[in-house]
Design a protein around this ligand. Sequence first.
Ligand code: MG
Length: 369
Amino acid sequence: MVKRRISILGSTGSIGTQALEVIEKLQDKFEIIALAGGNNTELLQKQAEKFKPKYVCCIKGKIPGFKTINDINEICSDKENDIILVAVSGKTGLRPTLTAIENGIDIALANKETLVMAGDIVMKKAKNSGVNIIPVDSEHCALHQCIKDISKVDKLIITASGGPFLRKTVEDMKNSTIEQALMHPKWKMGKKITIDSATLVNKGLEVIEAHHLFGMDYDDIEVVVHPQSIVHSAIEYKDGSVIAQIGLPSMHIPIQYAISYPERFEGIKSKSFSFSEIARLDFEKPDLNKFLGLKMAYEAGKLGGSATVCFNSANEEAVFAFLRGVIKLYDIYEVISKMMESHNIIQNPSIDEIFEIDNEIRIKTKELF
Ligand code: MG
């Protein structure tokens, strides 16, 4: 079998390191073209020595013994790639994704901002270039596996674990320490997304992502709280048939799916799935009066245009402020709400306009602290 040639943007992050674990197990299926890491050059060096990419990319300096470049866009113009895993965090993912699409390279997408900030542009370009965008996010990966023909689907049902504050009050959330907010019951992830999961803003971003990926109206995307995180999401067909994707909560599975699609290989399995061991699955409606961020995400999505850019940038700056101890957890909602209220929405913004708006919102958001 011909090896699939892959590059990983963000190889030293949470998704990147797990992707390399998947690839290590599937050594005969993948060839690594490039690894791009952020500030952790020590880890990047170790990864390069182990996986022997053709070249590496780091923000500063060089990785001894390897051809080193400093611009991730260069990787995305390298047509030797069959697929690029975009696992960098934040807006850094947007331009490289567009570059890869322009070069006809498939994308395994683990970066939410790409679609939240510029979903209309990205999906249109991907369609025109015949490029596959395979989602890594467990919920979207689940939806991707369930959907055979989107025109026959009536509703997307996105599951949410509910995060650490599911059984807590608004008061508890208001008094939360950074450590409490970082204790996610089900998934081990980076800090920013873990806070987003505690506020359910993450679920809101996922609703926006799903809207773009699958072209569904916001009214046809439902969020349901499912604390066990076994059902990763579901769809309802027009005839009332519901298809759900289920499995143990491990990011290795969606990562492997996204980089291997449409193939399926034997991968990293801690144990095989057992319904009787799981025993029960619970579902409930999310409390939108407590998790205001989810409600605001729907509102931003429905407003469209630059509203989701504003939502995303305001949230990100607020989360960073929370992690620095500058604001309280619940203030994140207040910050987003204030920024959304004062934002003049631009419909169909260009990529340059999106970055300008992002910048502007971040400056204005920081002025609030
Ligand atoms: Mg997710």
